[in-house]
Design a protein around this ligand. Structure first.
Ligand code: NDP
Length: 247
């Protein structure tokens, strides 16, 4: 444990697996008190235990970020528990790949509601608290898919493009309030993300592609997030693009 973030409070959405789980562990290991948000209670409870056993402090909050009321409530619950909200890592997301023609539009709603609106709702809830504190940091997880569009990824691309546009406008609106905004853009990371794809061909195609690489580990992304949020207040790391070497 180090104490770089001692006294700071972080909310990590999508903390029940993958990048969010690794980020919660990494933030706790540098002294932040962490609120872990996702829908799978058992995973969150196990992570709270792990963080507590290694000397950190965490709470679990079961919430669906795609629900405006639940997303707001998770931020308020964090403030109630720890007294502040310094860092919000908007990480919860789904990548339901497939061609646009013939797609199941329920996949589109899930992606837009989680990857875009969920991130916006949480940000909306955190801003008044961060403004009152006189500082804050919002870290939005985009993707290489927020920079490069590909056939078979149109709506996922659209959601991550939205994250980029929203984040830059937000940065311009709140930098005078000492609120920093960072976009993290990972390439392929070995997580459960592809398991949730509903289109069998798209799922197989992306799994085969990931297996052809040495993908990043979730900890690699967590380290980039820790880097961004531990810089002096004068430094706003705007954007970090990280790909596996062989991608
Ligand atoms: P995982 O599937 O391992 O993690 C996704 C997390 O999001 C889970 O904790 C899941 O928890 C949570 N989640 C999903 N929907 C909701 C919801 N409606 N409300 C609350 N939590 C939700 O994938 P990753 O760790 O890979 O993904 C994390 C982020 O990284 C995503 O935004 C993804 O787009 C992005 N990313 C991932 C890349 C990769 O290659 N893996 C590359 C680039 C970006 P639960 O189901 O318990 O709610």
């Amino acid at each position: 444990m180090s104490d770089k973030l001692h006294g700071k409070v972080a909310v990590v959405t999508g903390a029940s697996s993958g990048i969010g789980e690794a980020t919660a562990l990494a933030l706790a290991s540098v002294g932040a008190q962490v609120a872990l948000v996702a829908r799978r209670t058992d995973r969150l409870e196990a992570l709270v235990k792990r963080i507590s056993e290694s000397g950190g402090q965490a709470i679990s909050i079961v919430a669906d970020v795609a629900d405006d009321a639940q997303a707001h409530d998770m931020i308020l619950k964090t403030k109630d528990a720890f007294g502040r909200v310094d860092i919000l890592v908007n990480n919860a997301g789904v990548m339901l790949l497939g061609q646009i023609d013939g797609a199941d539009t329920e996949d589109w709603r899930r992606m837009v509601n989680t990857n875009v609106l969920g991130l916006m709702y949480a940000t909306h809830a955190a801003l008044p608290i961060m403004k009152a504190q006189g500082e804050g940091h919002i870290v939005n997880i985009s993707s290489v898919a927020g920079r490069l569009a590909q056939a078979g990824s149109g709506v996922y691309n659209a959601t991550k493009w939205a994250v980029g546009g929203f984040s830059e406008a937000l940065r311009q609106e709140v930098h005078n309030d000492k609120i920093r905004v960072t976009i993290i853009e990972p390439g392929a990371v070995a997580t459960e993300l592809t398991d949730h794809i509903t289109n069998p061909e798209a799922k197989q195609r992306v799994k085969t592609w990931v297996q052809s690489l040495t993908p990043l580990e979730s900890e690699d992304i967590a380290a980039a997030i820790v880097y961004a949020v531990t810089q002096p207040l004068r430094v706003n790391v705007n954007e970090i693009l990280i790909r596996p070497t062989d991608q």
